[in-house]
Design a protein around this ligand. Structure first.
Ligand code: BGC
Length: 758
């Protein structure tokens, strides 16, 4: 039976209630012994458990229990497989039950704004829809085991530099379209038990103090029902936090802040009802776990290690392949680079897991008796060229049938707590890759990294396999993929630009001393590259397979309006000779000339397994929201009536099916009639367009020029030029050019206002 939380709160003193709103230590909520309320324990997350004892810290410095390290979010997002990540969530939920953990601190869903963010490896994507769907699946998986999650970091924590104090200066539109939807989708589809607020400020206000963020958006707009906790040490003004909708301070243990809450209530500055409400929200989550406790579970590390390796095989992305992969079983192969023997499989910081058993590709190859030799080539932990090693690598590559270089970013370059300085691999690795490529055409590059790297050698490599940070089973997964035991099926959840300078945030990352300007607005990732038609190294959504696919025959079952949905269906076929999985992606493109919209935006995806020759139909449901942008005048989602393209393909730069979707809306944008209202605005609004015609009547022949056509260019004769110029003529300027009296203008304003106000 569910514990009566309200009744418990009624029995608590104000001091006890205030104490419940701060943690007991690094990983526990507080107990109230008098009433039998126990502590609840939480742990990082997100891709495995970092359960710590007394020597607690939040940066992954001290050891935690032996646990299983699953692939990080950079990898799991590339699976484009919500079922897979849901299953991973279930396994982690079971591990939490076995370890008596009531909350796992994840998933982390911040948008990969710049390739340089040190913590990108922990985040899913540059695309909010993909990040949201993956997060929701993970949360549903974990929470199906009655263990809570903490989706983080809400919001705008897109860099590590000055993360604890910087103010992200960003438009509401960019927040609603890019930086919020991953949280929004997760709240609406999975109702995470908790949300972790970010360290940083948003437009000058700390997230921990931000009532608009934590209450208006999170609870009122999206319907969040759990509690909000701070990131570790993110509290600012504790009393304002309670008012704003921040329930739990972590790591807490600050009697000072408990006392501040008590004092504020006593002084009449804080409503005690808000304290009660915060306690209720915390205790509901604590008791949801306790009331549904599953005792007797065991953390089966061996079984979960196997799951971790199997999951990684679904995540890795085959970026290039001229046919050298899969490697022939009898081929003489040399593995080069220390990551072959000591893979980089996770990132540094709070998500750092004390892995049970890490397997390398070399060890796996040796265990399987493969004809693989090994040259270290370069070290796993630093950028240190070694001429002897390089020479050995080149010689070994020459005498082998193929060379596989295990490259990647050392921990020191990519971690929580700081950002990368550039987008390059260590120079010693690039030099070695070049030298080996010159000696052996059958050279494969395998990458271990949490975010894009520049790959100037990519066109000359026989194949490139992106493993990301693939968890403790990454070596087994690499072996299976390289030798074709599993067919690669990951697709990129982010763009690899040619060079760092191409990235849209480049001029504003990581910003100034106090602020960072999100000047690129909604043009993040492929939304920018596609709109600019900028060549990229590997596009968002790109991923190859050892078989081939065809996607086509796109059909829509109707037209869309504000209320209904339309189903888009495509056929996807395996046109090659072996089983494989394709990632079908659906994008929407506004074809109405609406200013400031990206060329396309992802609104659906599906991972489909197909036998050779098999065809399956895949359907996606679309609604008005999928066509909409966030209109700041309306404070709501809006799409103009008209035409939209539904684009389907297997990468953002490989669209193979297209159909037109017609849309009609009853929503109208607010229009304020004043001196600066232009002819173009009046023509675009169905309420004022007819009034313009009447004005034309009033002004006789001279006013004919008030009926230009939007989009008409200059140079089509004087009349045409006049019309084009008139388009952006504000009302206040009409009397300067046309014989209109002040009374006529007054009448005209009145008519327009009446038309708008009804
Ligand atoms: C990180 C969080 C993490 C927390 C606890 C913070 O530094 O930003 O993601 O959950 O520490 O370790």
């Amino acid at each position: 039976m569910a514990t009566d939380v309200k009744q418990l709160i009624e029995q608590m003193t104000l001091e006890e209630k205030a104490s419940l709103l701060g943690g007991d230590d690094f990983w526990h909520t507080k107990a109230v012994a008098r009433l039998g309320i126990p502590r609840a324990m939480m742990s990082d997350g997100p891709h495995g458990l970092r359960k710590q004892d007394e020597k607690a810290d939040h940066l992954g410095v001290n050891e935690s229990i032996k646990a299983v390290c699953f692939p990080a979010a950079c990898a799991t997002a590339s699976s484009f497989d919500t079922e897979l990540i849901g299953k991973m969530g279930e396994i982690i939920g079971d591990e939490c039950q076995a370890e008596e953990l009531s909350i796992v601190l994840g998933p982390a869903v911040n948008i990969k704004r710049s390739p340089l963010c040190g913590r990108n490896f922990e985040y899913f994507s540059e695309d909010p829809y993909l990040a949201g769907k993956m997060a929701a699946a993970y949360i549903n998986g974990v929470q199906s085991r009655h263990v809570g999650t903490s989706i983080k970091h809400f919001a705008l924590n897109n860099q590590e530099t000055r993360r604890m104090s910087v103010s992200a200066q960003v438009s509401e539109r960019a927040m609603r379209e890019i930086y919020f939807p991953a949280f929004e989708i997760a709240v609406k589809e999975a109702q995470p038990k908790t949300v972790m607020c970010s360290y940083n400020k948003i437009n000058g206000v700390y997230s921990a103090d931000n009532a608009w963020l934590l209450t208006d958006v999170l609870r009122k707009d999206w319907g969040f029902e759990g509690f909000v906790m701070t990131d570790w040490g993110a509290v600012d003004d504790r009393v304002q936090g309670v008012r704003a909708g921040l329930e739990l301070e972590m790591p807490g243990n600050t009697a000072v802040n408990d006392q501040r809450i008590v004092d504020a209530v006593k002084a009449g500055e804080l409503d005690e009802a808000l304290v009660d409400q915060a306690c209720e929200r915390v205790l509901r989550v604590v008791y949801d776990y306790l009331d549904n406790r599953r005792t007797g579970g065991v953390f089966d590390r061996e079984a979960d290690h196997k799951h971790a390796a199997a999951i990684e095989t679904e995540c890795a992305v085959l970026l290039e392949n001229n046919g050298v992969l899969p490697l022939r079983a009898d081929a003489k192969v040399v593995y080069i680079g220390e990551y072959a023997a000591r893979p980089r499989f996770q990132g540094g910081g709070s998500s750092h897991i004390n892995a049970t058993r890490v397997t390398s590709a070399l060890q796996t190859a040796q265990a399987k008796g493969r004809a693989v030799s090994y040259v270290k080539g370069f070290p796993f932990d630093k950028d240190e060229a070694d001429a002897m090693e390089l020479q050995k690598a080149v010689e070994a590559a020459k005498s082998a049938d193929a060379a596989v270089i295990f490259a990647g970013l050392p921990d020191i370059i990519e971690s929580e707590g700081y950002d990368r300085r550039d987008m390059k691999l260590p120079a010693c690795q690039d030099a070695l890759i070049e030298a080996v490529l010159a000696a052996q055409p059958n050279t494969v590059v395998v990458l271990h990294n949490g975010a894009p790297v520049e790959a100037p050698w990519a066109d000359r490599a026989a194949a490139v396999l992106e493993l990301y940070l693939g968890g403790e089973g990454v070596g087994e997964a690499a072996d299976q993929l390289l030798y074709g035991e599993v067919n690669p099926s990951g697709h990129l959840a982010e763009t690899f630009p040619m060079k760092l300078e191409d990235n849209p945030s480049h001029l504003n990352f990581p910003g100034g001393v106090k602020t960072v300007d999100y000047a690129e607005g909604v043009f993040v990732g492929y939304r920018y590259y596609d709109t600019k038609r900028l060549p990229v190294r590997w596009a968002f959504g790109h991923g190859l397979s050892y078989t081939t696919f065809a996607i086509g025959n796109l059909r829509l079952d109707g037209e869309l309006n504000d209320e209904n949905t339309v189903t888009a269906t495509v056929d996807v076929s395996n046109t090659g000779a072996r089983f494989g999985k394709e990632v079908v992606q659906l994008y929407i493109s506004d074809r109405n000339g609406t200013p400031g919209r990206p060329a396309k935006e992802l609104k659906g995806f599906a991972k489909v397994g197909l036998e050779p020759g098999e065809t399956k139909a895949v359907s996606f449901r679309l609604s008005a929201r999928d066509l909409s942008y966030y209109d700041e005048r309306l404070h709501d989602w809006y799409a103009p009536s008209g035409s939209y393209a539904v684009l389907v393909g297997d990468a953002s730069d490989h669209i193979t099916a297209e159909a037109e979707l017609r849309f009609a809306t009853k929503k109208v944008l607010p229009l304020i009639i004043g001196g600066d209202t232009t002819m173009a605005e009046l023509m675009a609004d169905p309420r004022t367009a007819p009034v313009l015609a009447r004005l034309q009547g009033m002004l006789m022949q001279d006013a004919a020029v008030l009926q230009p056509t939007e989009g008409e260019g200059l140079g089509a004769g004087e009349d045409e030029m006049n019309k084009a110029m008139m388009l952006y003529m504000p009302l206040k300027s009409i009397p300067s050019f046309l014989p209109v009296s002040a009374e006529q203008m007054e009448g005209f304003y009145a008519l327009l206002r009446q038309a708008v106000e009804g």
